[in-house]
Design a protein around this ligand. Sequence first.
Ligand SMILES: [Ca+2]
Ligand SMILES: [Ca+2]
Length: 160
Amino acid sequence: MYLQCVFIVTICLCGVYNIRLCPTGGWFYHGHCYDFHNESYATFTQAQERCVRDGGNLVHVNNAEENAFLVEHVKHLRPINSWWIGLWYKDTEGEFSWIDDQSYITYQDFSAHQPDDHGSQHNEDCVLIWHKANWTWNDAKCSSQYHFVCEKGSVTDLVG
Ligand SMILES: [Ca+2]
Ligand SMILES: [Ca+2]
């Protein structure tokens, strides 16, 4: 009975949010699987290492729709905190780039007055979805610890 209820509730919630689970765990969205890690806190590097170990990368936010999918999840997960995404200031070329394919940003959702590099003190080189500004983006210190989201390739990669 308990399991039946869990199953029905899961089906209903997934129906409402138009989401479903990946065959290997995580949330399925447009052919990719997403793992929301809120069980612990990690630095940007630790987070990326964990994502790579699981066969993915820190999430590459390609467009507003994918960003909305992420925000819809993270704002409901507890404890409330910020979430690393796969965007960082890898080098001194003056632009943020995505960690999975080194591409520069075409879409971004930075908060007002961000990125600010902490008042130009040059110590904020990694980007997160910021719980303190309605889930918009902020550049933060890479050594700070937050939750994080991993994104894994296509479903055929996962099941093939
Ligand atoms: Ca993506
Ligand atoms: Ca900042």
